[in-house]
Design a protein around this ligand. Structure first.
Ligand code: FAD
Ligand code: NAG
Ligand code: NAG
Ligand code: NAG
Ligand code: NAG
Ligand code: NAG
Ligand code: NAG
Ligand code: NAG
Ligand code: NAG
Ligand code: NAG
Ligand code: NAG
Ligand code: NAG
Length: 487
């Protein structure tokens, strides 16, 4: 069952309209933050606005999933635990007026350093704004930004409704701002394509409600940043899996299902070598017969172990779980699908996989790495079409060229390592330079490296830039909070 979103977002910060350069961190900014925090404590009280001595401060400062974004790397001057849209407005008005640095945190899952926490600035935490309701008359879900997808799915299940949301229970609503890749995307588009209306707080504290056809329609568009199983495959099946997913993305026509493939490498302490596992997730809402047909090419590949029992959507939305409290970084790349499995067509897929293997062989022995991960998510032609049918989104992938695959390469460091060691960083830069990309297809902004300009790969970069300039004419957001580069 579907259900569309009405979401309260705090903005000009949002995935799509959000941007960044490194913040000027100096004693001036520290002083401005202190002033802003004491003003906010006077107006909102010391339960909503907490400094280091507040009872929830430590929890709030350490809620990010990646340890790169927690203490000691970031210690916000104060945390605004907003409990209403008005609190967000009051906070943004003061931040804007004083020219303070700030960050916003919803589910805390962003792996990008500084995107969801701040030093010498104000952190707006949505932890306590998590009301989620369903209106059957309008078939609309209303979510506050602090809810996580697992909890939202749990609240909505009794109504027979599933949100088009994350594949991992712990992820939050920031997913929508990056577009959002869901198991339900083949039928309902990017998660953001299901927006009905957005309550947006602009950088200066003004609240606007944006819909597909009101005076904020441009902002609305710009902000749009079963029977299911999974199997574990031996590494000897890897190339066949790459061939299958390349073809699947190109033109899979059944909108009831989608797959995702993931390789994980870890150091093997006993042998000094490398462990590698390939996992495939098959989400399907329909009969076993159709499941067999849609995923036939994957099911024909020899697997080591498969869970063939049916799983509910709720179970599926926690399949991509990964440990918290490690330092994480990402690199994103995209490859168009291919109508055939010829060696030429899949060569860039194999090349990407080999770069992953070479990186594993070179850097896993360093002892700094907990695991390396390569995740491939297909974006089907039906998902692309759905977005255009509903008024378009910021991403605007090409039409008529087939679907594409999103590759996410992730490095998860061992606990306690707060900075990527230089040699490893050099290796990441080489990976980024060498990894193949299909020009004209959009990068997935939620999982990019800090230097990747995803906006420039969107179908209409000028539209995104123009809309950003209209709603944040002084470029306050770019100057005072950290996010993707490019605007
Ligand atoms: C293990 C794992 C699994 C994932 N699975 C998926 C998946 O299945 N599909 C998918 O699409 N993505 C997935 N992602 C990526 C995920 O969508 C992004 O990391 C997303 O940004 C997380 O949102 P959040 O609310 O949890 O994180 P946060 O870090 O709180 O937010 C992410 C960014 O958005 C900003 N932000 C959040 N809320 C607001 C708001 N209301 N107003 C303004 N700015 C805001 C934050 O400042 C931050 O820059 C996954 C990531 C990980 C690490
Ligand atoms: C699953 O399919 C049924 C009927 O085919 C449909 O009513 C329901 O909305 C679908 N569920 C999801 C989660 O898409
Ligand atoms: C410190 O920050 C202020 C405010 O952002 C800025 O105007 C100033 O140039 C910065 N000073 C230094 C030395 O970077
Ligand atoms: C909502 O937030 C409150 C306060 O942080 C928490 O106690 C509660 O469990 C949350 N509810 C859900 C559904 O996540
Ligand atoms: C948030 O505000 C609502 C009333 O608007 C209140 O019921 C709830 O307890 C508050 N939650 C927190 C965590 O302060
Ligand atoms: C559901 O939406 C309808 C139409 O907007 C509205 O009249 C009704 O009050 C809403 N119901 C709830 C429970 O909010
Ligand atoms: C939210 O989900 C987590 C697991 O993801 C669970 O531990 C917690 O109990 C849930 N909270 C509520 C209020 O449902
Ligand atoms: C996995 O397979 C690839 C070839 O497909 C190979 O290059 C790589 O070394 C293998 N990895 C491990 C850890 O065996
Ligand atoms: C994709 O299209 C090719 C021919 O264009 C066809 O042979 C193949 O079966 C199609 N694959 C799917 C999954 O629909
Ligand atoms: C290390 O590798 C050996 C040989 O491949 C394997 O049997 C063992 O399970 C691996 N150890 C771990 C901890 O994965
Ligand atoms: C689906 O395929 C499995 C083998 O992978 C087979 O056991 C099962 O009978 C098939 N189901 C249908 C309905 O064709
Ligand atoms: C806030 O910014 C918007 C967009 O630039 C502008 O239209 C509005 O007038 C501003 N509001 C105030 C109170 O300055």
């Amino acid at each position: 069952m579907k259900g569309f979103f009405k979401l309260v977002v705090q903005s000009a910060v949002l995935g799509s309209v959000l941007t960044s350069v490194a913040l000027a961190q100096n004693s001036t900014q520290a002083r401005i933050a202190t002033t802003t925090c004491s003003q906010l404590q006077s107006s909102l009280g010391s339960v909503i606005v907490q400094t280091t001595s507040g009872p929830d401060y430590t929890l709030g400062a350490n809620s990010a999933w990646s340890s790169f974004n927690t203490e000691p790397n970031f210690q916000p001057t104060c945390i605004v635990f907003a409990n209403s849209t008005e609190h967000v407005q009051v906070a943004m008005k003061a931040i804007y007026k004083n020219q303070a640095n700030y960050a916003v945190q919803a589910g805390g899952h962003s792996g990008m350093p500084g995107w969801n926490n701040v030093q010498d600035g104000v952190l707006i935490s949505f932890k306590n704004m998590n009301v989620t309701t369903y209106n059957a008359t309008t078939d609309t879900i209303t979510m506050q930004p602090g809810i996580k997808w697992g909890n939202a799915s749990g609240i909505l299940e009794p109504f027979g409704v599933s949100p088009v949301g994350g594949r991992y229970a712990d992820v939050g609503t920031g997913l929508l701002l990056g577009g959002g890749l869901s198991f339900l995307s083949p039928a309902f588009g990017y998660a953001c394509d299901t927006f009905v209306s957005l309550d947006v707080v602009l950088v200066n504290g003004t609240l606007v409600t944006a819909t597909v056809d009101n005076e904020y329609a441009d902002l609305f568009k710009a902000l749009k940043g079963g029977a299911s199983r999974f199997g574990i495959y031996p590494n000897s099946s890897s190339i066949a899996l790459l061939e299958a997913i390349s073809e699947f993305a190109f033109n899979a026509s059944d909108t009831n299902g989608v797959t995702a493939l993931a390789w994980q490498t870890t150091p093997n302490a006993t042998t000094g070598g490398i462990n590698i596992v390939a996992e495939a997730f098959f989400f399907y809402n329909g009969t076993e017969e159709m499941f067999n047909k849609t995923f036939a090419s994957f099911l024909a590949i020899p697997f080591a172990k498969a869970s063939l029992n049916r799983q509910s959507y709720i179970d599926m939305v926690d399949l991509l779980s990964e440990p918290r409290e490690l330092g994480d970084t990402f690199i994103n790349s995209v490859l168009v699908g291919s109508p055939s499995q010829t060696p030429t067509a899949v060569a860039p897929y194999v090349e990407t996989f080999q770069l992953f293997n070479e990186f594993s062989a070179t850097y896993l022995p360093s002892g700094d790495i907990n695991y390396l991960f390569l995740l491939i998510t297909p974006v089907l032609p039906s998902q692309i079409a759905y977005g255009y049918e509903r008024g378009g989104n910021a991403i605007q992938p090409p039409v008529g060229k087939g679907g594409y695959n999103v590759f996410c390469f992730q490095v998860a460091l061992n606990e306690g390592i707060n900075v990527t060691p230089p040699a490893l960083q050099a290796g990441r830069e080489v990976f980024l330079k060498d990894v193949p990309n299909t020009p004209g297809f959009p990068l997935f902004i939620s999982e990019i490296d800090a230097t990747q300009n995803a906006y420039a790969t969107y179908g209409d970069f000028e539209f995104v830039k123009k809309t950003y300039a209209k709603y944040d004419p002084t470029r306050f957001n770019v100057r005072h909070t950290v996010g993707p580069v490019g605007l």
